[in-house]
Design a protein around this ligand. Structure first.
Ligand SMILES: [Zn+2]
Length: 147
């Protein structure tokens, strides 16, 4: 599969079609079938520590990447302007590091270990992404302390 076509829906259909990115604004969820063609349903919930998407009126981009580590295919890709951009498969160590980073992010944000059950993990931001322009909070704190 090379592309996903966005479809805005009020209610998620029980049976998903291949090649469609189902976007449920009301429910804050995005569903699609794994782009490798294995047929697994991929759930990428929207949220500040989950996924976000941009829609330019025609195409949709989803961020961060989708890492289907729980599926046998272990496919990993980014949806960019409806196109599937394949990313490399991760080793077990990388998957575990990604999970830890995701948990740490959610703990900082929500102060809890309880995260909704998901079959899909968020991959950490690849190194090719520009660094955030805002300094991290601890950089600001150190700056204020004159360190
Ligand atoms: Zn797959």
């Amino acid at each position: 599969m090379k592309r996903l076509t966005p479809r805005f829906v009020e209610r998620m259909p029980s049976d998903l079609e291949d090649g469609i990115l189902y976007i449920g604004i009301e429910t804050g969820t995005i569903l699609h079938r794994c782009a490798c063609g294995c047929g697994h349903e991929v759930n990428t919930p929207l949220g500040r520590t989950d996924w976000s998407f941009t829609y330019d009126g025609e195409t949709v981009s989803l961020w961060p990447s989708v890492g289907n580590w729980s599926f046998p295919c272990r496919s990993h890709y980014v949806v960019k302007k409806n196109r599937i951009e394949w990313a490399g498969a991760w080793s077990d160590e990388e998957v575990e590091a990604g999970r830890r980073a995701d948990r740490a992010l959610k703990e900082r944000r929500y102060g809890t270990l309880e995260t909704p059950l998901q079959n899909t993990e968020i991959a950490p931001i690849p190194t090719s992404v520009p660094a955030p322009t805002k300094p991290r909070w601890w950089t600001r704190v150190l700056g204020r302390l004159g360190l």
